[in-house]
Design a protein around this ligand. Structure first.
Ligand code: ZN
Length: 436
């Protein structure tokens, strides 16, 4: 088994430029944009800024551009990242974490960027820090509360009170840009230890219409809700930061698939934890609370049945841009450049395996294991954070190595009984991966 775990340990990620998860995959924004545009004009009024955001967001960058453009974009991006990093360092100096705070790794500060997304404006003004009373801005409060749930979840479930390791806990930033249909995690640049300041940045979606005195948009409720208001979004993005802090796990190709999978797994466990849901009562959907109520039955992803979370194309149904393209078996693994190597598409295979492990453990072992994090989550957490056969998780860990690590974690690290190990092995087998 361990011979699969031969990725070079602790290899740093060097290609941070342009590689970050925006939560909303471009193909989903594109599907919603196309579907909205093809809907009768009478029933749809999108503000000009919203249409522009949809177009920008749904156009994959880089692929069709000349190399000189790409190089120029990289240079621009470097400058932006440098500026953001130095602004975060400045803000941290202005408002340091009090030395008497017991768990500095979980200290929260939420800033309001007031829609001035320019790097020199980061992080905006500090609106709420740890133990402050509620702010009069609901996005600030939502992000503050969700960050608290994430910290509490890792503390209660895994006794981990410092998920960002040697980095500072991220500052939260809301009101990044009007209509921005996403959220992302800022990793310091350069990431060489000289700057340890991170941030989680949330867009407002279509929570309000700046062209109409902040009124909420009527039709389709503006497509997307405020990303700061979704625990799953906040948890998913914070977990990207956790994954980076532990092993600089890459965000594209196969390691990117593992990365998206783990962000979804720990994200959905946070949601189940906050709602006290068991593996049987949970909906196993990601992002269902973010899509406007008019789009019935639409979520971003489904753990239970990858590929069925949304269906926006016209009849007859077929897998294309307008429908959930996630796959659930290695036979269907999408190769190619799309979605940075299908990171949000192939992650369905791994998500399905986790769903199977969590539900089968609860079915087989009973009441004590009805929560996903009690055992399945513990195996996944251990597979990611522990040294297995003297191998740390590698930055370029591929899909099969990841599967092998979960089996190793169950069998050799946690020394779980054979029945449990067989369930892990069986679930991976069901999605086309042999372990053990
Ligand atoms: Zn992600």
């Amino acid at each position: 088994m361990e011979q699969n775990e031969t990725c070079s340990p602790d290899q740093g990620s060097t290609d941070v430029l342009g590689h970050r998860c925006l939560f909303t995959p471009p193909h989903l924004v594109n599907a919603i944009a196309q579907s909205a545009i093809s809907t009768s004009a009478d029933s749809l009024t999108l503000a000009p800024g919203a249409i522009q955001q949809l177009q920008t967001f749904s156009t994959p960058s880089g692929n069709s551009q000349a190399e000189s453009d790409a190089a120029y974009e990289d240079e621009l991006r470097k400058q932006e990242l440098l500026e953001i990093s130095s602004q975060l360092a400045r803000a941290a100096e202005e408002d340091p974490i009090p030395s008497e705070f017991t768990n500095p790794g979980t200290y929260r500060k939420v800033y309001n960027l007031q829609f001035t997304k320019h790097p020199s404006s980061f992080p905006g003004s500090l609106w709420r820090k740890e133990n402050d009373p509620r702010s009069d801005d609901e996005a600030v409060n939502s992000l503050y509360d969700s960050m608290g749930v994430v910290y509490k979840f890792f503390s209660v479930a895994f006794n981990d009170n410092n998920i960002f390791r040697t980095y500072t806990p991220p500052v939260g930033i809301v009101h990044y840009d009007f209509y921005f249909p996403g959220a992302f995690f800022h990793i310091p640049y350069p990431d060489d230890g000289t700057n340890r300041h991170t941030a989680i940045i949330c867009g407002d979606g279509w929570a309000n219409d700046p062209w109409n005195n902040g009124a909420s948009l009527k039709n389709f409720n503006g497509l997307f809700g405020n990303f700061a208001a979704s625990l799953e979004v906040v948890a998913h993005e914070m977990v990207h930061g956790f994954l980076h802090a532990v092993c600089k796990l890459k965000l594209d190709k196969e390691p990117g698939v593992v990365n998206e999978h783990l962000a979804d797994v720990f994200g959905i466990m946070c949601e189940q934890f906050s709602k006290d849901q068991t593996v049987f009562t949970a909906d196993w959907l990601v992002g269902e609370d973010l899509i406007a109520p008019d789009w019935k039955g639409v979520a971003f992803r489904s753990f239970k049945a990858p590929g069925t979370a949304y269906r926006l194309s016209k009849e007859p149904f077929k897998v294309q841009d307008g429908d959930d393209a996630q796959v659930a078996h290695m036979d269907e693994y999408l190769k190619g450049e799309q979605d940075k190597g299908g990171v949000h598409i192939n992650s369905g295979i791994l998500n399905k395996a986790f769903f199977l492990v969590a539900t089968r453990l609860a079915e087989t072992l009973g009441e004590k294991y009805k929560y996903s994090w009690t055992l399945a989550g513990k195996i996944w957490y251990t597979a990611f954070t522990a040294e297995l056969s003297t191998m740390k998780m590698a930055a370029d860990c591929d899909v099969r190595t990841w599967a092998a690590r979960t089996y190793s974690a169950a069998k050799r690290k946690l020394k779980l009984e054979k029945e449990v190990c067989e369930i892990v092995k069986g679930a991976w087998g069901d999605v086309g991966i042999t372990v053990g």
